[in-house]
Write a protein that binds this ligand. Sequence first.
Ligand code: PLP
Length: 444
Amino acid sequence: MDQINMMNEPVLDNFWMPFTANRQFKAAPRLLASAEGMYYTDVDGNRVLDGTAGLWCCNAGHGRRKISEAVERQLSTLDFAPTFQMGHPVAFDFAAKLAEIAPGGPDNRLDRVFFTGSGSESVDTALKIAIAYQRAIGQGTRTRIIGREKGYHGVGFGGISVGGLVNNRRMFPQILADHMRHTLDVERNAYSKGLPAHGVELADDLERLVQLHGAETIAAVIVEPMSGSAGVILPPKGYLEKLRATADKHGILLIFDEVITGFGRLGTPFATDYFGVVPDLVTTAKGLTNGAIPMGAVFAGRKVYDGLMVGAENAIELFHGYTYSGHPVACAAGIATLGIYEDEGLLTRATELADHWQEALHSLKGSPHVVDIRNLGLVGAIELVPRDGAPGTRAYDVFVDCFKRGLLIRVTGDIIALSPPLIVEKSQIDDIVSTIGEALKRAA
Ligand code: PLP
């Protein structure tokens, strides 16, 4: 009873909410009580269409019984087992299943899997693997990582160092990193459908940073192949290919952060497959377990894995890992999730919906306040012109308005970002777009 008052409403004071204006939220909370398929239900019983797959994670929609049954079964069979110098079959089984669909082709599949507990942990893990690999092959001076402005790689010290969002960085110390310019160019690329035509030359920033710092100081470059959290920023045509070539030329590892793009978001299992550019390491989380149980995974290619499997057989090759790396319940959730993705063809379903999605989103061109619309796979962004002196407030008002009318969207600054579960129907796409269109008309 401690946390429940007489009206049976939760006490809001104690939960320090992440990435939230706590005081504003607690004065007018939005509380979700249950979820099924494409819809949440809030505590007042209103249905809310999920335009964001939770937080880019519930790719197979909500309330999937296969997952909850697998979790229940696993919890009552083996609730926890260590994976340090010990093991359990479920983690090996999940890794083997992931290897079958891992990013890359038959000759260069990234089929060595390191489990983590989240996207942030996956990023820190990948950065540490990159530095450790360079050291293992005699390149110990390579400790710098190159990221990109507006990049989001979670909130660990590694992730904020290579990330490029000022609010996430300004208050905290960082590891050695430098940044390429971002690829958002509304002036030249506004209302592009799919990949923007302009900006491939921005990939030359990697060469420029090599000339500035020296290749022998750089371990890796990390980018989101399509960046979500900063407001859906797409790579210009040819950009990722150029990064790959420059990284190869200078012995720099290429890391794709696929925490959002992994597991079908672009219509292929991974963005790596969509772009046909294979990095050395791929970070994932979110869709890995359909968001049901926290978990992340880093996919590494044989070059990196084998490069670290050296020295005495009884020596630990990588001094890194988490209590929950390969947690049996998370692995069981992941195996069930992969089963659903396969049975329902969800890892490629975005391809079938992409044209409808694109046309629906772009129908909002000309709506009040809109300055750009971007889309790729089942991701979309509607960028609004900010209010004078009050950036972010216009999109926030649209977000609250949509929620009151039964639609969950996500906003970053004055950008509306959309990423519905991959089970979305065309009629629901139309609902998403018409609700936003009406909210834009009402927004001051
Ligand atoms: N990397 C990317 C590209 C992300 O979008 C996110 C989260 O949105 C993260 C890392 C961090 O993941 P988590 O919040 O699970 O730590």
